[in-house]
Design a binder for this molecule. Structure first.
Ligand SMILES: Nc1ncnc2c1ncn2[C@@H]1O[C@H](COP(=O)(O)OP(=O)(O)OP(=O)(O)O)[C@@H](O)[C@H]1O
Length: 235
């Protein structure tokens, strides 16, 4: 693992983290500082452990061993893809966020709907939304939680280029409004457009991390070199 004298304003410190499933260790992080003061991308092959890491950071999965410390408030919101919707309106689905924070007002819900461009669809049935609209609804849910750190699992998977651009702009807006983000992605061009920092995960381990530019120019590990090479020829 490469560590270039890193200093983060806000960070998450992981110590001795392991997650095992079916007798196999799927996440193994002896020690890592993960920045929470910028947009960070988590990349790596299928099955590397990216979603598992995001879920651990969001508190959705309890690791089998180890500890996690936030240097800040630690309020996170996790946006997964394939989030199920209840058979009710877009607005009602968004209102479910009150389970997390009962103080969220109707007015805040209206503002969030507008921010993600779903205000015209507010009364439509949420389970009939397109993939892109669904993702925007999930982003609105995250906005309403006023998190310090937003965790996004493949935020533009299965979205067309236009909707991808809209979602990317929402991510930037989130960041401009003061939230920092950690997202996983298989789209390296997107990673370069959005992220300042990279976590490269392979076989459940953070094999490499650092600023985006040097990582793409000069990856240090064989695993990262191989991954970048394969992704770039198929992208
Ligand atoms: N609940 C579970 N039970 C058994 N195995 C699991 C479970 N959750 C994850 N895994 C396994 O752990 C590994 C890491 O999964 P994870 O979803 O974190 O990978 P990923 O990097 O997000 O992959 P992808 O890019 O394909 O989404 C995979 O091999 C997966 O099959």
């Amino acid at each position: 693992m490469v560590n270039i004298n890193e200093q983060f304003e806000r960070f998450i410190e992981l110590n001795d983290i392991t997650v095992a499933r079916d007798g196999r260790i799927i996440l193994n992080i002896p020690h890592a500082l993960i920045p929470a003061d910028r947009i960070t991308a988590c990349i790596g092959p299928n099955g590397a452990g990216k979603t598992t890491l995001l879920k651990v950071l969001a508190g959705l999965i309890q690791p089998d061993t180890g500890s996690i410390q936030f240097s800040f408030g630690g309020k996170t919101a996790l946006v997964l893809h394939h989030t199920p919707m209840i058979k009710a309106s877009v607005r009602a689905n968004l209102g479910l966020v009150r389970d997390v924070d009962a103080s969220i007002t109707d007015q805040e819900i209206d503002i969030a709907l507008k921010q993600v461009g779903l205000d015209k669809l507010a009364q439509n049935p949420a389970h009939k939304l397109s993939a892109g609209e669904r993702q925007k609804l999930c982003l609105a849910r995250a906005i309403l939680q006023k998190p310090n750190l937003v965790l996004l699992d493949e935020p533009t998977a299965n979205l067309d280029p236009n909707t991808t651009e809209q979602v990317e702009e929402m991510i930037r807006q989130f960041n401009r409004n003061g939230a920092d983000l950690l997202f996983s992605s298989h789209q390296l061009a997107q990673v370069q457009r959005l992220a300042k920092y990279i976590l490269f995960i392979d076989q459940g381990e953070i094999k490499e991390k650092g600023p985006v530019g040097p990582f793409f120019l000069n990856p240090q590990t064989t695993a990262a070199k191989r991954y970048l090479h394969q992704e770039l020829i198929t992208e």
